[in-house]
Design a protein around this ligand. Structure first.
Ligand code: NAD
Length: 276
């Protein structure tokens, strides 16, 4: 890792929400690692039954690790952009669980490249994963959320849903798109008591940031590994990057009954990087 992975940011959710999600069924995409895995663990530690979804077969190991800690989880390997796989996946969850209380659309990818080197296919790939797949997941999950009598959907956006950064037009467009999708579906699904909100992390030192540090670093100057991210972290008002737990704490709040009057919102979780 690039040296900032284990910054503080405690997983308070397990204590705060102990038992809060008992008898609740939760699906988390992009859960093989990083933020998604932390969210899956936090829900499971708070009593939920959780399905970890990822295209990477490592998702099975991640799920086994959580099971070894006595948590009630399962893993399903699927590409969130594949309509047939996603239709089948939610059919499978419907058969096993009969309902769904929380869907976390967390899977995401970033691409950093110069305009001239970016093909239309490259651009579409990022939008497919980050935005179109979110629409697909929500469409397929909605009947199960209705069967639960209502529920909560959380969509991964980003600081790049507030301001586009250089060399990432597809990522910025995809994350701005997440906010529009969140607002529109929050209005449509409110009648079914399904709340839809987005979360906007700033810098979380996951594997995604190893790539960001390298690719932005080489374009923005002659940065050595870890130097660019350190420079950006210096500009965060709270003086550190987010931990995965900072993000999972927010997600559990937004999914909890304490947030039952919150829908259609995008919440920054970035130590003050963006204040809009
Ligand atoms: P990560 O790269 O560490 O993990 C992403 C996970 O998503 C991986 O397990 C990957 O296999 C999975 N995934 C990617 N494409 C998929 C697909 N088509 N189908 C199924 N699974 C797929 O990323 P992360 O840092 O944990 O980020 C999680 C989310 O948070 C993303 O949506 C990302 O855009 C967003 N985010 C991250 C940061 C950050 O600083 N790390 C900042 C803002 C927003």
């Amino acid at each position: 890792m690039i040296g900032v992975a284990s910054m503080p940011g405690k997983a308070v959710s397990a204590d705060l929400y102990r038992g809060h999600f008992t008898n609740k069924y939760v699906a988390v995409t992009g859960a093989a690692r990083g933020i998604g895995l932390a969210i899956a663990r936090a829900f499971a530690e708070s009593g939920a039954t959780v399905c970890l979804i990822d295209r990477d077969d490592y998702v099975q190991f991640a799920s086994d690790d959580l099971k070894a800690d006595g948590l009630d989880v399962c893993a399903l390997q699927a590409d969130v952009t594949d309509e047939i796989q996603m239709v089948r996946l939610f059919e499978e969850l419907g058969t096993s669980w009969g309902k769904l209380d929380v869907l976390v659309n967390n899977a995401g990818v970033i691409a950093i490249s110069d305009l001239a080197d970016t093909s239309v296919a490259d651009f579409k790939r990022v939008l497919d994963v980050n935005t179109t797949a979110m629409f697909l997941g929500i469409r397929e999950a909605a009947p199960l959320l209705r069967a639960a009598g209502g529920g909560s959907i959380l969509n991964a956006a980003s600081g790049q849903a507030r301001q586009g950064f250089i060399y990432t037009p597809s990522y910025a467009a995809s994350k701005f798109g997440v906010l529009g999708l969140t607002q529109s579906l929050a209005k449509e699904l409110a009648m079914d008591k399904i709340r839809v909100n987005a979360y906007c992390p700033g810098i979380v030192a996951t594997e995604m940031w190893e790539y960001n540090d390298r690719e932005w670093g080489s374009r923005l100057g002659n940065y050595k590994p870890g130097e660019l991210i350190a420079e950006w972290i210096d500009n965060i008002p709270l003086g550190r990057p987010a931990s995965e737990s900072d993000v999972s704490n927010l997600i559990l709040f937004l999914a909890s009954s304490a947030a039952e009057y919150i829908t259609g919102q995008a919440v920054n979780i970035d130590g003050g990087m963006f204040m809009n």
